[in-house]
Design a protein around this ligand. Structure first.
Ligand SMILES: Nc1ncnc2c1ncn2[C@@H]1O[C@H](COP(=O)(O)OP(=O)(O)O)[C@@H](O)[C@H]1O
Ligand SMILES: O=P(O)(O)OC[C@H]1O[C@](O)(COP(=O)(O)O)[C@@H](O)[C@@H]1O
Ligand SMILES: [Mg+2]
Length: 325
């Protein structure tokens, strides 16, 4: 195995609060171990176009508290092709990069895995996505900040819902994954939560609404995007049709969930696994995602990390039922 002299770092896919803390951790720990480090802008797009620059300790000063990503991010169709990946590899070689740290989600690691098999370049991944849809880590970078943003927003919605005696359908993000909806629904005291992992039974939702205390002045139904019963507008339409007496409103929280200052938990997670990524590369690891499971560092092969059967704790849904009396 060739000695690593220069690490390339990039962010890819949807941005997530805490990505900057992760970039900082990778850059500073690479320098600590006397390695050179280069930033690659806009993920795989920048790898292909050669948008690559050398970073020093000052390049990452004053960013740990900032949302978004100073390296910018993108979704690259060209990287999905063998031709695009060949150009990417040539650009890395031209810039003297002999190892990579990829900060992103399941898509980014799917690409990294293919790339790592096609070319002799070690790649480690840091889970950066608000969705928390990766195996091999209890939490992804950005999830904690995002769920706190959601809870803050739903608390505000609750104020106006209470004042007007309204029912709100609140839609949160999480492509094919209900983990944002599940936790925030509990934290915000939702009457019901609809997530893609459990069969959406609108009849059960109606029963819950009917059985619920009649003198409740506000009701919140949390809906994860991409559920089988349709989006919040479709569910809202059906509820309005069935319960014309409810004053129903729909709120799609959208991209505010991706922004803002990262929480302390996200900064610490990003810092810990950022250092572990550099140390892992130096120890000869490759094609793995670095995460934390039960407070211990864990390296998980990409193919396992990106598996889409994230287990939902059924007990969480039961808790919502019990507590929504
Ligand atoms: N099958 C694949 N082959 C090669 N590259 C891929 C593949 N799937 C995803 N990628 C790359 O990873 C990028 C980010 O993936 P995406 O799913 O958008 O975000 P995330 O990494 O946050 O899940 C894609 O734009 C693409 O460039
Ligand atoms: O930014 P876009 O293109 O609107 O994408 C929205 C999607 O990105 C996310 O915010 C984050 O997903 P990824 O981290 O996988 O990119 C999803 O929750 C959402 O479905
Ligand atoms: Mg993803």
């Amino acid at each position: 195995m060739a000695e690593i002299k220069k690490i390339g770092v990039f962010t890819s896919g949807g941005d997530a609060p805490g990505m900057n803390a992760a970039i900082r951790a990778v850059v500073r720990s690479a320098l600590y171990y006397n390695l050179q480090v280069a930033g690659i802008r806009r993920g795989y797009e920048g790898m292909i176009s050669g948008d690559i620059f050398n970073m020093d300790r000052k390049s990452v000063a004053n960013i740990i508290q900032r949302g978004g990503t100073i390296l910018k991010t993108a979704r690259s169709d060209q990287f999905r092709t063998p031709e695009g990946r060949k150009i990417a590899y040539e650009q890395l070689k031209a810039n003297g990069i002999d190892a990579l740290v990829a900060i992103g989600g399941d898509g980014t690691f799917t690409g990294a895995r293919i790339f790592g098999h096609e070319y002799d370049i070690p790649v480690l991944g840091l889970p950066g996505t608000i969705d928390n849809d990766l195996l091999g880590t209890d939490f992804t970078i950005g999830y904690d900040t995002a769920i706190n943003t959601v809870v803050d927003a739903v608390d505000k919605i609750r104020d106006t819902a209470e004042s007007h005696d309204r029912l709100f359908i609140v839609e949160v993000m999480g492509r094919d994954c209900g983990l944002i909806a599940l936790r925030t629904g509990i934290a915000a005291g939702a009457e019901a939560i609809l997530i893609p992992e459990s069969k959406t039974d609108l009849n059960a939702l109606y029963e819950r609404l009917e059985k619920g205390r009649k003198d409740k002045s506000s009701k919140i139904v949390m809906v994860a995007e991409s559920g089988e019963a349709g989006d919040a507008f479709e569910i809202g339409r059906q509820i309005k049709e069935r319960y014309p007496q409810y004053d129903t409103r729909i709120s799609i929280l959208g991209h505010i969930q991706r922004g803002g200052r990262p929480s302390c938990m996200d900064r610490v997670l990003a810092s810990r696994i950022g250092v572990a990524a550099v140390e892992g590369l130096l120890a000869g690891r490759r094609n793995e995602m670095v995460g934390i499971i039960s407070n211990e560092l864990a390296y998980t092969p990409f193919e396992h990390a990106i598996k889409h059967n994230i287990e939902i704790n059924d007990n969480f849904l039961k808790i919502v039922e019990i507590l929504s009396l």
